[in-house]
Design a protein around this ligand. Structure first.
Ligand code: NAP
Length: 247
């Protein structure tokens, strides 16, 4: 039997990049997955099609997590669609243009914090109330919380917050057998990475990474699948650095 046969999963930001790889991997492992996209309906439909072609089930839901009420609505729709949930992956993150603190406005700070920290908080709170015993929560952070970089204040602040949400939720939900972990990717080849780094910088990152390349989305998705599956049962409250050794 597939490792996640009969499990029901929600993944935010599943239309592209790391989230897409997570949706496809969880579905391959047998889970039925609801995933979100913000605006890219075409990419989301492509993911649904890929999963279907591999014999799995994934449903795309549009949800801009910057909008008030979107996170609650998403979880209610996912529960109506799937019934009781087993796995929640907070992966979506807002895109932003890096800028020094001195040039970072309130609006950008608020938007990034809303998508990357407030929405995951609401989703974790929903999971705390409704996730089946023995469930799994995986939150995606970044190597930038332990390897700081200039120009990413709201992003780094929001990821610091999600790591703390993980730590506290693991304490609270452990008695129900629910594990809560963070996965912190290093540089991973996605639209977000290319939007925020020059080609020259990416070459430099490869040379200082012990495994001598940037990551692929599947490098991160495989770690998430381990934590979401039966083999991850004894791991909770951890921050797993999927960085090729960088950091
Ligand atoms: P990506 O390629 O930019 O994909 C982002 C995903 O999030 C898309 O599915 C997008 O939907 C969705 N999204 C964007 N804004 C949203 C919003 N306001 N509400 C809801 N969904 C939204 O990103 P990625 O590189 O795969 O990153 C995935 C996660 O890994 C993020 O948490 C990121 O911080 C983390 N991470 C990435 C790297 C890296 O090098 N790539 C490194 C460290 C950490 P649409 O397709 O509709 O736009």
């Amino acid at each position: 039997m597939a490792a996640l046969e009969g499990k029901k999963a929600v993944v935010t930001g599943g239309s592209r990049g790391i989230g897409r790889a997570i949706v496809e991997r969880l579905a391959r492992d047998g889970a039925e997955v609801v995933f979100t996209y913000a605006s890219n309906a075409e990419a989301a439909a492509e993911v649904e099609g890929t999963v279907k072609a591999e014999g799995g089930i994934a449903h795309a839901i549009q949800a801009d997590l910057a909008e008030p009420g979107a996170a609650e609505r998403l979880m209610e729709i996912a529960s109506e669609r799937l019934g009781a949930l087993d796995i929640v992956v907070n992966n979506a993150a807002a895109t932003f243009t890096p800028a020094p603190i001195a040039e970072t406005g309130d609006e950008l700070f608020d938007r990034v914090m809303t998508v990357n920290a407030r929405a995951p908080f609401i989703i974790i709170r929903y999971a705390a109330r409704h996730l089946r015993d023995g469930g799994r929560i995986v939150n995606i952070s970044t190597l930038n919380t332990f390897r700081p970089a200039p120009g990413i204040t709201p992003y780094a602040a929001s990821k610091g917050a999600i790591e703390q949400l993980t730590a506290v939720a693991a304490q609270e939900l452990g008695p129900r057998g629910v594990t809560v972990n963070t996965v912190s990717p290093g540089a991973t080849d996605t639209d977000l990475l290319r939007a925020t780094n020059s080609a020259e910088r990416l070459r430099m990152v490869s040379t200082i990474t012990p495994l001598r390349r940037v990551g692929e989305p599947s490098d991160v998705a495989d770690v998430v699948a381990f934590l979401a599956g039966p083999d991850g049962r004894w791991v909770t409250g951890q921050n797993i650095r999927a960085t090729g050794g960088l950091g």
